[in-house]
Design a protein around this ligand. Structure first.
Ligand SMILES: NC(=O)c1ccc[n+]([C@@H]2O[C@H](COP(=O)([O-])OP(=O)(O)OC[C@H]3O[C@@H](n4cnc5c(N)ncnc54)[C@H](OP(=O)(O)O)[C@@H]3O)[C@@H](O)[C@H]2O)c1
Length: 287
């Protein structure tokens, strides 16, 4: 089996390549030493998948996901997050390949009081969320054999390319080390998700799941403040952690205050292997 991972240099893409270490993995990115492709360019996508690599499985972990940048450059955001996955889906259909596409909790809006299930109505609050939702629709429209995986709040050993390198855990530990006040919001609830755990789940879903939309985050939920508190507790680090509200920040882009996902579809097929978020954090900090 040949697996093509697009966004292979990214935070999640790196972990996905690692979990497919027993098969032939082909790697593609916008820049660097891997195969080069700009997924927003139809002819580049077709050449890579149909003429050059002919993979059996394509996993798309590429995205433009800096929220402020997406808001500033909506055309680029839709080109990469919507048109790109659409081109990948058409190419996969012609190649007879399955397409696994990574999406986000930010397709949902505000006002939820319980975790979102896959059937809940999306209502994105940002250009990023809207463009990712459009990408989901184009994937489903163009390639019947698709697996769309929505996830949230990623962190892991590889740096997040779109967010300048440091993940939330590293940022917290660095700020504590510098002795600074660590101010973290307590009114935005999510599920921190370790890339390595998600990558294993991506493989399970890629190999065993029915076509469709799947939620895949670690189990449970917490505020970013509670996550920071857990990081310091697990790492045994003293920190001057201050609870703040989103309202105290002039954020340029609206974000859902509650975007917890329930992995219902994976669970229904006996395929939900995601660990509790705090166990995953402990695993990460031990390394
Ligand atoms: N990070 C989060 O907290 C989070 C939360 C929910 C969902 N997600 C989703 O998870 C996925 C992976 O995110 P991540 O954090 O791993 O991202 P990341 O570290 O920023 O990596 C993004 C990857 O996409 C590639 N890329 C960007 N534009 C491209 C284009 N036009 N053509 C081809 N490749 C392109 C980049 O290539 P270069 O390295 O060459 O630039 C990079 O390898 C995305 O779909 C994102 O929407 C992320």
């Amino acid at each position: 089996m040949q697996v093509l991972v697009i966004g292979a240099n990214g935070q999640l893409g790196t972990a996905i390549c690692d979990v497919f270490d027993d098969v032939h993995v082909l790697r593609a990115d916008l820049d660097g030493e891997n195969h080069l492709v700009d997924i927003s360019q139809e002819e580049q996508v077709f050449r890579l998948i149909l003429d050059e690599l002919k993979p059996d499985l394509v996993i798309n972990a590429a995205a433009a996901h800096s929220l402020p940048q997406c808001e500033k450059h909506p055309a680029h955001s839709f080109a990469v997050n919507a048109s790109g996955p659409g081109f990948l889906a058409t190419a996969c259909k012609h190649a007879g390949a399955r397409l696994v596409h990574i999406s986000t909790d930010y397709v949902f809006g505000d006002g939820a009081t319980r975790p979102y299930v896959e059937e809940d109505l999306p209502a994105p609050l940002s250009v990023y969320g809207a463009s990712k939702l459009a990408g989901e629709h184009l994937v489903a429209a163009h390639c019947r054999d698709h697996v769309i995986i929505r996830t949230a709040a990623l962190y892991g050993p590889a740096p997040c390319r779109a967010k300048g390198g440091l993940n939330f855990v590293d940022t917290m530990l660095r700020q504590a080390e510098e002795g600074a006040e660590v101010r973290v919001v307590d009114d935005e609830i999510t599920t921190p998700t370790l890339t390595l755990a998600l990558a294993r789940q991506v493989r399970v879903l890629a190999e065993k799941a029915e076509p469709g939309v799947y939620h895949a985050t670690c189990q449970g939920e917490c505020s970013w403040h509670a996550f920071a508190e857990a990081i310091f507790e697990e790492a045994g680090v003293e920190a001057n952690l201050i609870r703040v509200s989103c309202k105290q920040f002039q954020l340029p882009v609206r974000r859902p205050s509650y975007s917890v996902l329930d992995n219902v579809h994976a669970r229904a097929q006996g395929l939900d292997e995601m660990p509790p978020w705090r166990d995953a954090l402990r695993t990460f900090l031990v390394k």
